[in-house]
Design a binder for this molecule. Structure first.
Ligand code: GDP
Ligand code: MG
Ligand code: ZN
Length: 327
């Protein structure tokens, strides 16, 4: 069980909890599977159901990472989530459900500071378009993206170098870590062991792992935690009928650092807030745009365009394509 003081409670969480402190304890949702959410309140981990007052709200009422007011009643088998406290960030996606393919917003994780956007360099190599879309999606959720390129031990050095270069051209403002599952002294040039991710995960912070199944999320989590907390490899992620079995989203603590949430099978998320995402992912473009000769400059062909003057063409292209949701 994670120590309560490692769960990253903030002063604004405590403040929001104040009205409930007489009847409830403060807890954080640490796991969500097909059953009831698992809440850690320091005294223990409790399966909890939603109070009837919040049950009728829309979907995604609770997510992993949520802070909740938890009521424990004697005689009750389960604890009760009396209220879900306001979220600092929400990592959400659109889900289509039912025969009518109704659009629903699904919160994957709450109160996440950092999202490790993981891609493997094996196979077809860096998927730039996916990477850029994920970056803007994460920025739109007001979390900080970090690019994590995995399996660098399994590709030529030039593949790693090219990927690094492309990331630096397209998104010089986003931190990049190239990982390998080999001892540090056997790492190729510019490649690190999963421990390198600790710098982005100070104690009390929360990170989400985003990336396609098989890129190595569980492997790097196990390496960071120092024990096998998640099963790795495609075989073990499926049952004997070949179905993916790990649907749970669970939070683990990295010793001496922050919390990691693994969301199995999650490849991408749609950009739900394009404007926020673009302005946070491309902060300099908005600045330069104010100095363009024409107020309505499209940054494509007008004279006196300060954006084109200062921003690398490939980066600007990504921005322009994403602005029209065409990437
Ligand atoms: N060569 C190499 N293989 C890796 C690396 N990371 C993970 N793998 C392998 O890739 C497979 C999938 O890894 P896993 O962690 O289960 O991926 P997940 O689906 O993203 O959680 C496993 O067989 C791992 O052993 C790496 O850095 N280098
Ligand atoms: Mg996994
Ligand atoms: Zn311009």
């Amino acid at each position: 069980m994670i120590d309560f003081d490692q769960l990253g409670c903030t002063s604004s969480v405590r403040k929001a909890f104040k009205p409930y402190e007489k009847s409830c304890t403060l807890g954080r949702v640490v796991s969500l599977d097909r059953g009831y959410p698992l809440v850690n309140n320091g005294a223990g981990e409790f399966r909890a159901e939603l109070a009837t007052t919040i049950k009728k709200r829309d979907d995604s009422i609770v997510a992993v990472g949520d802070w909740v007011a938890l009521r424990l009643e004697s005689g009750h088998e389960k604890a009760i989530i009396q209220e879900v406290l306001p979220r600092a960030t929400e990592i959400a996606r659109i889900k289509r459900v039912g025969r009518e393919k109704q659009v629903r917003r699904q919160v994957l994780a709450a109160n996440v500071d950092v999202v490790f956007i993981c891609q493997s360099l094996t196979g077809s190599g860096l998927d730039e378009r996916l990477l850029m879309r994920q970056m803007v999606a994460v920025c739109g959720c007001k979390a900080t993206p970090v690019f994590v390129l995995t399996k660098c031990d399994d590709v030529e050095q030039t593949v790693v170098n090219d990927a690094r270069e492309r990331c630096a051209e397209l998104a010089p403002n986003i931190a990049l870590v190239c990982l390998a599952q080999v001892p540090a002294d056997a790492c190729p040039e510019g490649v690190q062991t999963p421990k390198a991710l600790r710098q982005f995960l100070p104690a009390g912070s929360t990170a989400l792992l985003l990336g396609e199944s098989g890129v190595g999320k569980s492997t790097l989590t196990n390496a960071l935690v120092g024990e096998e907390v998640f099963a790795t490899g495609s075989v073990r992620e499926r049952d004997d009928k070949g179905r993916h079995t790990t649907v749970a989203r669970r939070m683990v603590q990295v010793p001496g650092a922050g919390l990691l949430i693994d969301a199995p099978g999650l490849r991408t998320m749609q950009i739900l807030d394009l404007e926020t995402g673009l302005s946070r992912a491309f902060p300099e473009i908005g600045e330069y745009a104010q100095q363009c000769r024409f107020a309505n400059c499209s940054h494509t062909s007008e004279p006196g365009c300060e954006v084109r003057e200062h921003v690398l063409p490939d980066r600007l292209n990504v921005y322009l394509h994403l602005s029209e949701n065409r990437l």
